[in-house]
Ligand binder design. Structure first.
Ligand SMILES: [Zn+2]
Length: 176
């Protein structure tokens, strides 16, 4: 898909995806969903014989049944919209975060951090804003086209010779 527009270029190269997996291992968050966590969510939703063995599990089951939904026909797990407005969001496993962010970012034409985060958070559950920023800073396409990168208010032309996004305001989320 990508190569149709920019021959030879990919949004996130293999090493970016690898370093992202390492990054999420080093920066765990209970707002992400691991493979085993996903299994557990589905089990609470689909197995009526599974009984909570502790008060904690009881609360957990209660929360899961209110907050998530399993569609056995399409085999999809979604997070239910809290406000009742807006759509349910697809639950994304940790291993798939980079692929989903890539998809969204390509689909929106390599929009900036805020626009991409808005699209990601509207349709998907389990991805942090800092994950999106980590990945977009390493986007190969945006790196080749610095005008695509958010620079804040119009200021003097930035030094483009490195083509790197490292000088951008990291929004207080610097994990380099
Ligand atoms: Zn990009």
């Amino acid at each position: 898909m990508t190569s149709a527009i920019f021959p030879g270029s990919v949004t996130f190269c293999a090493s970016t995806k690898l370093s992202f997996l390492q990054y999420i291992r080093e920066n765990p968050s209970n707002r992400r969903v691991s493979a085993s966590e996903r299994e557990s969510l589905i089990e609470w939703l689909t197995n009526p014989d599974k009984r909570p063995s502790s008060q904690q599990e009881f609360s957990r089951r209660h929360y899961v049944r209110k907050a998530f939904c399993w569609d056995s026909e399409t085999q999809t797990l979604t997070a239910i919209s809290k406000t009742g407005e807006g759509n349910n969001r697809a639950v994304v496993e940790e291993d798939a975060i980079a692929d989903i962010v890539e998809l969204v970012h390509e689909y929106n034409g390599h929009a900036g951090w805020d626009a991409t985060w808005k699209d990601v958070s509207t349709f998907y559950y389990g991805i942090l804003r800092s994950d999106v920023i980590f990945l977009l800073k390493k986007c190969q396409i945006c790196a080749q086209n610095p005008s695509k990168q958010p620079k804040g208010p119009a200021i003097a032309q930035p030094n483009l010779q490195t083509g790197s996004g490292e000088d951008l305001d990291p929004d207080g989320l610097e994990y380099e």
